[in-house]
Design a protein around this ligand. Structure first.
Ligand SMILES: C[S@@+](CC[C@H](N)C(=O)[O-])C[C@H]1O[C@@H](n2cnc3c(N)ncnc32)[C@H](O)[C@@H]1O
Length: 249
């Protein structure tokens, strides 16, 4: 695979960065995306659920403050819900949100842990999904391997991630906003020493394009891979099945 410019994703740096912006994370997500990030998770969950086994546990990898887990909770019944993230501050906010959401005793477990070493047995989940998290994981391939390992045969693996719109004018305008405006406002509001809102555009611009992610999924043996660009391609959902005939783990 092509060599990319290096973005420092050492686990300690990334964890500290998310710990430090945790109190601002949800607000700034909704602010910078004009609330569209909610729609992205909602649309992604709807699409994933429409094409997967209608039962079994769901894992939200790099769950952060739990928005994807909550979306699964809203759109499903009678499942077990798990979320894992290595930033304790992000998880704490997620736990408070889950508590406020009246989920009538449905089991939801958000926990602190590493996406590169998931503390679950192989084949535990019907759906293993990650939203805006894979880009931050120190080793993309190993992260995907772990997602694949803990997914059941015929289960679904899904990645929702930022991407760049392809239409020329939109792409130029978006790059300007993303590189020049967002980091200044983000750093001003969520003052943090780890430059989180400079890291955000840098990490998106240097991360795999949707086509490259599709290749990675294919190499793992994931089948029926589909992609859905959202909002002119500012985000892309990629998902597929862990097919019994290709089971490497
Ligand atoms: C941009 S946030 C996304 C949070 C959430 N999924 C959402 O949709 O808003 C990325 C998250 O990935 C987590 N993360 C990055 N690398 C990780 C790793 N190796 N293990 C667990 N969590 C990780 C960070 O702590 C952070 O909470």
């Amino acid at each position: 695979m092509q060599t990319k410019p290096f973005t420092d994703k050492s686990p300690e740096k990334i964890r500290r960065m998310f710990d430090s912006i945790a109190p601002w994370y949800d607000f700034l997500n909704h602010f910078f995306s004009l609330g569209i990030d909610r729609y992205w998770r909602r649309a992604a969950v709807k699409r994933i659920l429409s094409e997967t086994i209608p039962e079994g546990s769901i894992l939200d990898v790099c769950c952060g403050t739990g928005d994807l887990t909550l979306e699964f909770l809203k759109q499903t019944k009678n499942r077990e819900y798990y979320g894992i993230d290595f930033s304790p501050e992000m998880v704490n906010i997620g736990l408070r949100k889950i508590e406020r959401y009246k989920n009538n005793g449905i089991p939801v477990r958000l926990m602190v842990g590493d996406a590169l070493n998931l503390p679950f047995e192989s084949g535990s989940f019907s759906i293993v999904a990650v939203a805006f998290g894979l880009r931050n994981v120190g080793n993309t391939e190993r992260g995907l391997r772990e997602m694949f390992r803990v997914c059941k045969q015929d289960g679904t693996i899904a990645v929702l991630e930022f991407s760049m719109p392809e239409r020329p004018i939109l792409s130029t305008a978006y790059r300007f906003y993303f590189r020049s405006i967002l980091p200044r406002i983000g750093q001003f509001l969520a003052r943090n020493q780890s430059n989180a809102y400079h890291y955000l555009p840098e990490s998106v611009l240097t991360f795999d394009k949707p086509k490259e992610l599709v290749q990675r999924l294919q190499l793992l043996g994931i089948t029926n891979i589909q992609t859905q660009p959202l909002t002119f391609g500012i985000a892309t959902l990629i998902w597929g099945q862990k097919n019994a005939n290709h089971s490497a783990n």
